[in-house]
Each structure stands twice: as structure tokens, then as C-alpha cells.
Design a protein around this ligand. Sequence first.
Ligand SMILES: CC(C)(COP(=O)(O)OP(=O)(O)OC[C@H]1O[C@@H](n2cnc3c(N)ncnc32)[C@H](O)[C@@H]1OP(=O)(O)O)[C@@H](O)C(=O)NCCC(=O)NCCS
Length: 169
Amino acid sequence: MLRRPVSEDGASVHRLIGRCPPLDENSIYCNLLQASHFAGTSVAAEVDGELAGFVSGYIIPERPDTLFIWQVAVAEEARGLGLAGRMICEILRRPACTRVRHLETTITPDNDASWALFRGVARKLETACAESVMFDRERHFRGRHDSEMLLRIGPFARAGAQVSAALAR
Ligand SMILES: CC(C)(COP(=O)(O)OP(=O)(O)OC[C@H]1O[C@@H](n2cnc3c(N)ncnc32)[C@H](O)[C@@H]1OP(=O)(O)O)[C@@H](O)C(=O)NCCC(=O)NCCS
């Protein structure tokens, strides 16, 4: 079941992220904020009453046509079933995304699953996909983290239910 998160999900999100390397772990407080202030652009996936997936996202404050996907996590036992794609689709059909025409995320160069996931989203939306460096290994992370590549998908002209129909194909 896919649903809008509630603040009580924060601690489970923290545990799920800890089980999904290479994702960076944030504080529980950060996950509580994702599950409350950012609930409209985030999604929780439950399987047998347990949190099996979570996507955090937000509308970039100065660019209301752009949804930024912060983290995507799917528990190991639930992978390969299309859950990550369905969660992104669920966010795009929400009222909060009515004006959204671009999707952005960052991915480390060696995260094959994540590249495949987001390139698949661009393909299904029949739109372009541009890559650049957003946070550089040396300049931003002082050598302590791989560079984070910005992937910008769009524009997609359709909105809401039409986007979700395209992604479901
Ligand atoms: C990345 C992740 C969220 C994918 O979740 P998932 O539910 O298994 O993904 P989906 O089943 O929706 O697959 C989406 C696409 O990715 C592809 N894919 C999934 N896992 C893959 C892998 N390990 N290697 C290559 N491609 C992969 C699928 O074939 C599918 O491609 P398609 O659309 O062309 O058919 C999951 O592997 C995960 O949680 N990984 C650890 C955390 C992480 O790296 N998150 C992403 C960074 S934000």
C-alpha cells in the first residue's frame, strides 16, 4: 500500500534508510521533518504492515515547477518489483505536483540501480534527461563522499493523472 507519510513514520524511515546503503543516514529529526513538512511530496510503501519503501521529495522553493527527489529507499526483499517507480509516480499525481514539469535528483556515479530507475522514468515520460555535477567530491565533500550528479528530467507537458498513466506503462 502506498500512502502519504505521517510523523509517526519518522523512526521507521530512519531504520529503513540504515538498511539501504549507499544512502546517507540522516538524523531521526530530519526523517521526522520529511514525514511531516514534506509529506505532500513524499511517499511511504507498506507491505504486511511494515515500511518497505520510502521516497522523500520536495518542490524546490524558488522553482515551483520542479520536484526534487531527495532519497529513494526500498527494503532489499521488496526490490526488483517496480516499487521505486510506483512510488515516484504516486508523488507526481499528487495535488502538490500539479504545476510540476521537471524532476531532479542527484545520483552517485556508481549507483547503477538509481541511474536505471531515473532513466526509466525519463523514458516513460518521453522526455529529455540532462546530467551535470551538482556537488563535487573535492569542492563540496572535501574528498569524503563521491560526487553527486544532478539528473534533470523534463520538461513533461502532462500533469497529474496523465503523468502517472505514462509511468504505469
Ligand atoms: C534504487 C532502488 C530504490 C530501486 O528500487 P526498486 O523498487 O528495486 O526499483 P524498480 O523495481 O522500480 O526498478 C526501476 C528500474 O531500475 C532497474 N534496476 C533496479 N535495480 C537495479 C540494479 N541493481 N541494477 C540495474 N538496474 C536496476 C529496473 O530494472 C528498472 O528498470 P526499467 O524501468 O528499465 O524496467 C533500490 O535498489 C534501493 O533502495 N537501493 C538502495 C538505496 C539507493 O541506492 N537509492 C537510490 C538513491 S536515491
